[in-house]
Unconditional design. Structure first.
Length: 353
């Protein structure tokens, strides 16, 4: 079956004091602790396990709280923060001004929003049950709906002269393909059968990278040939895949009935040229509800348990955690802040790093 954040259960009961250290709520869709993973997590010599990094409550670093229904998948583009807003009251892309921390546009998309958005080619591209929606960044208006069969999973991606969006081929209930869209013509160039059920994608290092939790793989799609190859195998349910300046960062245990044993790595760092795992890091599991952001100075992990985990990419060590009770959501870094979404709590939090 296809997993999607659009397939959320009823929202959690809101803690009366979210920022006052109330008991942690388990987000909808979080991984049940009922079964051990079927695959061992890769072991790397020198892997780092945190031994009590500093812990800071969210209220000490909170810069702003912005109310957005079903907030998830924030992205930074065109001097703004863009957020996928859930349904109800309506599927939308919300634009936030980082100077005022105010919503400046609420852009309704047709159909029911699925969980995806990306920026590129002077536009915002969002996933809808009606297809792929193109939003003009100057007018905040939907200018095109590309009517294709989509799959409601993860962010879309841009790169290699194209927009990439997950799809299904054949009679499969799994997401097992990707549409390649030409932004010049707003049409699908080709639909590539990935050969595996997949979960998330990211573009970088001249390729599209796709995770397959069920098969323990990270796939590479070459935009020059549309050829699909296995980049990394033998992973324990890899889920989030993120491109950093010199590495891929991949979360593990992102499947139902998969949970790490105590002390098992939950994040791996991968050399995109060789597929070699260069570091394994123990952190709060992301499962199927969080996210990763990686840049030259920091890697941030968003999870439903700890909330934010800060990893130093120079040492591959967890250097700090920021704690809150907030359910699941994704994150992005920009404008000097970490922007963390909480779809169960209908909030976008701006956090000082």
């Amino acid at each position: 079956m296809v997993w999607s954040r659009a397939m959320r259960a009823a929202p959690l009961l809101l803690c009366l004091a979210v920022l006052a250290g109330c008991a942690s709520a388990s987000p909808s869709g979080s991984v049940p602790p009922s079964a051990a993973p079927s695959q061992a997590s890769p072991s790397v010599e020198g892997s780092v396990a945190p031994t009590g990094p500093p812990s800071v409550p969210l209220e000490e670093r909170l810069e702003a709280t912005i109310a957005i229904d079903g907030a998830d998948f924030p992205i930074i583009a065109f001097d703004s923060v863009w957020v996928v807003a859930g349904d109800p009251p309506h599927p939308a892309i919300v634009r936030v001004d980082p100077v005022t921390n105010e919503v400046v546009a609420d852009i309704e998309v047709p159909g029911v929003a699925c969980t995806g958005a990306t920026a590129g080619f002077d536009a915002i591209w969002a996933c809808s049950t009606d297809g792929i929606v193109r939003i003009d960044r100057a007018t905040n208006a939907v200018v095109t709906v590309i009517e294709v069969r989509t799959a409601g999973q993860a962010r879309l991606a841009t790169g290699g002269g194209s927009v990439w969006a997950f799809a299904r081929v054949g009679d499969s209930l799994d997401t097992n393909a990707v549409h390649r869209i030409d932004p010049a013509t707003n049409s699908v160039i080709t639909t590539i059968d990935l050969g595996h059920p997949v979960a998330t994608m990211a573009f970088g290092f001249d390729a599209l990278w796709v995770s397959s939790p069920a098969d323990g793989l990270v796939l590479r799609v070459d935009p020059a040939s549309n050829q699909v190859t296995i980049a990394v195998e033998g992973l324990a349910a890899p889920f989030q895949v993120t491109v950093g300046p010199d590495s891929l960062w991949v979360s593990l245990y992102g499947a139902e009935d998969s949970e790490p044993a105590e002390g098992e790595p939950t994040i791996v760092r991968v050399d995109p040229g060789t597929g070699e795992i260069t570091a394994s890091i123990v952190a709060d599991p992301i499962g199927m509800t969080g996210g990763i952001h990686a840049d030259a100075t920091a890697v941030w992990i968003r999870s439903g348990g700890t909330f934010l985990t800060h990893i130093d990419p120079a040492t591959n060590e967890v250097v700090e955690v920021i704690t809150a009770s907030n359910g699941g959501g994704d994150l992005v870094v920009g404008f000097g802040s970490v922007w963390a979404a909480g779809y169960n709590f209908h909030q976008l939090w701006r956090v000082s790093p």
